[in-house]
Design a protein. Structure first.
Lengths: 394, 910
């Protein structure tokens, strides 16, 4: 509701007129303290804990903490599960845990530091009652809104993350492929097709809401994403979003709010001073040692929706954002050497056969630049798409 | 008949006149004035005469040890002039017939009563010719002999043309050096040696005045000062010459609005607060913040009094304008260290903003048109005894918003205005009534979504009554500040958040001059506070917001004060003040009692106590002491020391670096103790070139207790147990301030430098979290080095250039040191609080002032100011911040005015 962001607007209003924002380099810090960072949540079905170390500002690498022993303990201090390191710094366990029981994480690092989280009650998360897309009438942005409700009125604090997937296409629809020697028809149903691709992104914002000021434990139309015109290309074909919802304890909510304040809204003089972030972990082997993170416990509820391009009026979509400079050409099918010469280095992809003119005898092959023919090869916003239809896609 | 008595008295005395004074000298066509001064020099007597009567008389004579009486007889031979001798004075009259009979009532008169009436005084005054030859003003009841010792001279300084009182005029005599300043009503009081004195008066924008006075006993006078005739010759800083040496107080800054108007500003509007910030010891955290910090105190530690009414938010447009219309203001006074006992309730400073008194001779007006604001003020008389002044100012900034190529801004709107109505009514010679009313309002709608509005309202009535040796002021006032934020864009979340603080205050104040050498001030001041601490209400049927209303707060703050400024000797002045304040937090209210020895939190509440309406919850009696002394070393230098202790019972809750309009004020209560502080200061003041150049060095040390700081993640709005999110910290501030002022001439202005520190410490682990491991850390506005130059150079009568340069150390910030990844984004681990600083601040502004021609009969006198703010375009970092954007972290420094900002303003007078 009333946030520092609104006030930021006021300040930025004047900056618009006269002011400037310049990049600022932090005075170089020699102390690379390397504090352990613990991220994750104990879940009712699965638990994923990520361990890493802080790094100085210049290094862009994440420093995963490998070879640590990560366990879940119940209130009696018994180990109920041992997490396996599935990839560097990522520890996973898919054991069922009991809602309303208390659990904690115990970590023993490779260099014999021992950390405990505080015991947390595993909270049952209510289901998502509504998830929808709409065009905001004021801004014209396309928004995804989530609603939920706890009829027992005792959840109160919520967090979301999401994975969005959208479909996009290549400008040319290739029905041919080059097998290294000759041009053959393309299988357009399996993973050989290169015209349609899907790109997925995970949420990077901290999405929180509390219903503490409401009588009822209701979250109504919490905005998860808001895309301005430059990003609405995601809705040019079909868009899908899977939203995960988690219940939080009040302390955990506070932790996340603080984290959000510290790194997402430090805009102006009117924002609060950054403050030391609380944690529910401590280093047992060396109480002086800092640690970052909060390990809560709650179940997860999910909901997925699809947004078809027909659902969004065209005027709110920007069809022109993905700009490709396509080259195309024709090669006479009969000149096999020329066909190999053009297609063998992979720069061009055969598209289709152009029927011969009435007086010709052998048709030409239309070919085009690979990033215009193969959707996987697009760069920019669509970089990293896959031509494999996701299994949840219709 | 009365005149006869007077003359008769002379006559009687004449017989017993032991005439033994002689005069020598050669006079050749000497005018009488010079001859008279020869008499005065050689005999020590005074010669009084009407210059018109004697301006044609020349003296050609030679005297050798000639008796004065004889000499004058010689000189007056052949004229109708007669000399009359009275005590050690000679009066010259034309054709005076001396009465030889006793008046009828002579025998019934008290034999000791040799009084003369004031009528004669008036006669003499009216006969004044050129300035130099005006007869002296007689003060008190004329007696046959001038008694030894001091008498209290009180009076009033007024503008000759408009009859308006002149505030801050310096009134002094040079030998011995004794002086003071006129107050808000032009009043002053001095304890002067009896006898003949030369009284000097000066004030900004007025012709300096010298008047001879003869002090017989306590009495009062009214002195008129004339405005400097050519407005073109105004100077930026007019000398209140020798003020700095004479006044017993230290750390007092006075600014006249004319000074303020010549200093260039960012948006072309004269701004008193901005100009105050150019003086040593006054700082701010940045450009977009109208809160200011005095000697290391936070911005809520300044009491802002606009015509005696407390103003809780002194800014418009989130700090880009001050809430005071420059056309309405007469002057401002800022007390940084020697705070008079009549003021209290804030730790750092008292800022008095005084508006003009309406013109008592004719209807006149003034106004201005700038890029985003327009203003107009009209003042004048209503009948003989009443004057009025009405001023208004409003913005038309919406057009700027509309030009911004960003939909969010185009859908926003903003406006502000302020209004003043002042009425001054002289009931009779002894009684004056003053009425002030003020309102300011800001209203912003952002992105067609959230509507912010806030406003100040204040009204005040003051009754001034004059008595022989004292005067009294009784005033009753009201002031209030409210804000309101509402949003209706999402019907389910539609809300309205309101907050309000109101106070009703009354003050009775008495100034007494009856004791020789003493100037006493005592009074009673009481404030009743009513706070609507916050309400969050749903709007519309669909809204699910739970109505929540915080409990109102009630309290009273009653103070009794007494101070005495005592002229111990001609060199030493000592002022001592005592102020006792009783703050009472009152019901109705339910309040929490927390367990002792553990940090306050939801979990440590051990009891909830209900206090009924009016019931005392907690009383804080607090005595305060104010001591200052001045010792005059030489005619051009003095040294001063001061000590003060202060308490503050109302606190602004702000978790942001700058003052924001949505900050809430909170009263001390059961759980929140008053802030208290004390300060010692020493200053050396030295003038050069008879006061043309003033210099001073002041140093101070200040300690503050129970400053409020906030726990990490504190929630300050709508928090029913706010105290659990607060920390009590200690503060200290110290510094040295240097100031050099050149007060007049073609080039004038000032240079100020200060070295100052302001630090806080939270080392009580039981209070909650430690900040920076319990070590001292710099406050947000700790800027050790600060240099400012404000200069004005007159190119010609109509053109002048003003230049303003400011350098200061960058303010402290907390910066990130380490990064880590959390929730898929890069996050930051922050340094200790305020461990680093933004880059140093440097800015130059220039203004070119063009006055229209000065034909008197023009109906409208206009002037133009063309200014460039931040001439060098230096991108001064206002704040530094870091954003995680799409998974990465980027640091930015934000500069509010990162380019040269040209403005043009047209001002007019009619």
């Amino acid at each position: 509701m009333l946030t520092a962001k609104n006030i930021l607007y006021i300040c930025v209003f004047c900056v618009f007129l006269f002011g400037c924002e310049d990049p600022f380099r932090v005075p170089s810090s020699e102390s690379n303290i390397g504090i352990l960072v613990v991220e994750g949540r104990i879940g009712d079905e699965e638990t994923l804990i990520l361990l890493s170390r802080t790094a100085n500002l210049d290094s862009f690498s994440i420093k995963p903490e490998v070879n640590a022993l990560v366990q879940i303990e119940n209130e009696l201090g018994n180990v109920v599960g041992l997490l396996a390191e599935t990839e560097a710094g990522s520890y996973f366990l898919d054991t069922d845990l009991i809602v309303n029981e208390k659990y904690r994480i115990r970590i023993e690092t490779n260099n014999q530091e021992v950390y405990h989280s505080d015991y947390a009650t595993l909270i049952a998360t209510p289901p998502i009652s509504d998830l929808k897309a709409r065009v905001d009438p004021v801004s014209g942005n396309i928004e995804i809104l989530v609603s939920t409700q706890d009829l027992d009125n005792n959840t109160r604090y919520y967090q979301w993350n999401y994975e969005e997937t959208y479909e996009y296409s290549a400008p040319y629809s290739s029905i041919l492929e080059f097998d290294g020697e000759k041009v053959i028809p393309r299988d357009r149903n399996g993973d050989r097709q290169i015209t349609l691709c899907w790109k997925s992104n995970n949420s990077s914002d901290i999405l929180l809401e509390s219903s503490i000021q409401f009588d009822e434990d209701v979250v109504s139309n919490k905005r998860l994403v808001s895309y301005s015109l430059s990003e609405t290309f995601k809705f040019n074909r079909t868009y899908s979003i899977l939203v995960n919802q988690y219940a939080l304890s009040s302390n955990e909510f506070e932790f996340w709010s603080l984290l959000e304040k510290n790194s997402e809204s430090l805009g102006t003089l009117f924002d609060p001073q950054p403050s030391q972030i609380s944690t529910n972990l401590e280093c047992k082997s060396d109480p002086q040692k800092g640690v970052i993170g909060y390990v809560g416990a709650s179940s997860k509820t999910q909901k997925r929706i699809f947004v078809r391009n027909a659902d969004i009026p065209e005027s709110f979509r920007n069809l022109e954002v993905v700009e490709l400079f396509c080259e195309e050409g024709l090669v006479w099918m009969g000149d096999e050497d020329e066909v190999v010469r053009i297609l063998s280095d992979g720069m061009y992809v055969p598209i289709e056969i152009v029927p011969p003119t009435p007086d010709g005898d052998i048709p030409d092959i239309l070919y085009a630049t690979i990033f215009c023919a193969d959707c996987r090869e697009q760069r920019g916003v669509n970089e990293g798409g896959t031509n494999v239809r996701p299994n949840f896609w219709f | 008949m009365r005149r006869q008595k007077w003359i008769f008295t002379f006559f009687l005395l004449y017989a017993s006149f032991a005439q033994s004074q002689n005069i020598s000298g050669q006079f050749n066509n000497t005018n009488f004035k010079d001859f008279a001064s020869q008499i005065e020099q050689q005999t020590g007597w005074r010669v009084f005469y009407d210059p018109e009567l004697l301006d044609t008389l020349t003296v050609t004579a030679s005297f050798t040890n000639q008796r004065v009486t004889t000499a004058l007889e010689v000189v007056f031979r052949g004229t109708k002039l007669k000399a009359n001798y009275f005590e050690n004075a000679i009066f010259v009259f034309n054709d005076l017939i001396i009465q030889t009979e006793l008046p009828d009532d002579f025998l019934s008169r008290d034999a000791s009563d040799s009084a003369v009436t004031d009528e004669i005084l008036v006669d003499i005054d009216n006969s004044s010719g050129s300035d130099d030859n005006r007869p002296p003003l007689i003060i008190g009841t004329r007696t046959s002999r001038i008694l030894p010792g001091n008498a209290t001279v009180s009076g009033r300084v007024v503008d000759k043309s408009s009859g308006e009182p002149i505030l801050g005029a310096s009134v002094y005599i040079e030998e011995p050096l004794i002086g003071t300043f006129s107050d808000l009503d032009g009043r002053f009081s001095l304890s002067l040696p009896r006898g003949r004195q030369k009284l000097l008066l000066s004030s900004v924008g007025m012709e300096p005045e010298e008047r001879m006075i003869i002090v017989y006993s306590d009495g009062s006078i009214e002195i008129q000062l004339e405005e400097i005739t050519t407005a073109l010759d105004e100077v930026v800083v007019e000398a209140e010459r020798d003020d700095n040496l004479l006044e017993p107080q230290m750390g007092v800054e006075k600014l006249n609005i004319k000074t303020v108007k010549l200093v260039p500003t960012a948006l072309g509007e004269a701004d008193i607060v901005r100009v105050l910030m150019t003086l040593p010891g006054v700082k701010s955290v940045g450009e977009a913040s109208n809160g200011f910090n005095v000697r290391g105190g936070s911005s809520d530690q300044n009491l802002i009094l606009f015509n005696n009414s407390t103003i809780y938010n002194q800014s418009h447009l989130f700090g880009f304008f001050s809430a005071f219309n420059p056309d309405v203001i007469q002057n401002v006074e800022l007390y940084k260290s020697s705070i008079p006992a009549e003021f209290g309730g804030r730790l750092s400073s008292i800022l008095q903003v005084n508006s003009r008194v309406g013109d008592s001779t004719k209807i006149s007006g003034s106004g201005g048109i700038g890029l985003v604001t327009g203003r107009i003020t009209v003042d004048g008389p209503i009948g003989d005894k009443t004057t009025f002044l009405i001023g208004g100012r409003a913005t038309y900034s919406n057009w700027i918003l509309k030009t911004i190529k960003n939909e969010d801004y185009r859908n926003s709107s903003g406006s502000f205005y302020d209004m003043n109505v002042d009425i001054n009514h002289r009931v009779d010679d002894k009684n004056t009534l003053k009425f002030y009313a003020y309102r300011s309002n800001d209203s912003f709608k952002l992105r067609s979504d959230t509507l912010y509005s806030y406003s100040n309202n204040a009204a005040n009535v003051l009754w001034r009554r004059d008595f022989e040796d004292f005067y009294t002021d009784v005033s009753v006032g009201f002031s209030n500040y409210t804000y309101d934020i509402s949003s209706a864009s999402n019907p389910v979340n539609a809300f309205e958040l309101g907050y309000g603080i109101s106070q009703v205050d009354a003050k009775a104040d008495l100034n007494y001059f009856g004791f020789d050498g003493h100037s006493l001030n005592f009074g009673l001041n009481t404030i009743q506070y009513y706070l609507e601490s916050g309400s969050l209400l749903p709007q519309g049927e669909e809204s699910l917001i739970t109505p929540s209303v915080l409990q109102d707060e009630r309290a009273s703050e009653t103070s009794l004060y007494l101070s005495d400024s005592y002229e111990v000797s001609t060199k030493l002045n000592v002022s001592v003040g005592v102020r006792g304040t009783l703050f009472r937090s009152k019901g109705p209210r339910d309040y929490f009692v927390y367990a002792e020895g553990v940090p306050k939190s939801d979990q440590t509440i051990i009891d909830t106590v209900s206090a009924a309406g009016g019931q005392l919850i907690k009383a804080y009696p607090r005595p305060e002491f104010r001591v200052s002394a001045r010792y005059t070393l030489t005619d051009e230098s003095s040294v001063k020391i001061g000590f003060n202790s202060m308490n503050q019972f109302i606190h602004r809750m702000s978790n942001t670096v700058a003052v924001s309009p949505t900050d809430v004020w909170k009263l001390s209560d059961f759980n929140i103790k008053p802030q208290s502080g004390n300060q010692v200061s020493i200053g050396y003041f030295r003038n050069f070139k008879s006061g043309l150049i003033e210099t001073s060095v002041e140093t101070y040390y200040k300690r503050i207790r129970n400053v409020l700081d906030y726990k990490s993640g504190a929630v300050l709005t709508m928090n029913p147990n706010l105290e659990a999110d607060l920390l009590n910290t200690r503060g200290r501030a110290y510094g040295v301030e240097l100031l050099i002022k050149k007060t007049s001439g073609r080039l004038n202005g000032w240079l100020g430098y200060s070295y100052s520190r302001s630090e806080l410490r939270q080392d009580d682990a039981l209070a909650g979290e430690l900040i920076n491991d319990g070590n001292w850390y710099p406050s947000n506005f700790d800027k050790p080095h600060d240099f400012t130059a404000v200069m004005n150079y007159k190119l010609s009568k109509r053109y002048s250039i003003s230049l303003n340069m400011t350098y200061s150390t960058g303010r402290p910030v907390t910066v990130p040191l380490e990064q880590f990844t959390y929730a898929r984004s890069r996050r930051l681990l922050y340094s200790d609080r305020n461990e680093f600083r933004v880059p140093d601040y440097f800015r130059t502004d220039i203004a070119f002032n063009i006055d229209g021609n000065h034909k008197l009969n023009k109906p409208l006198h206009g002037s133009w100011t063309i200014a460039i703010y931040n001439l060098t375009g230096r991108r001064n970092a206002n704040s530094i911040y870091f954003l995680s954007e799409g998974g990465g972290i980027q640091g930015y420094q934000l500069s509010i005015f990162g380019n040269p900002i040209p403005t043009i303003t047209y001002n007019f007078k009619f």
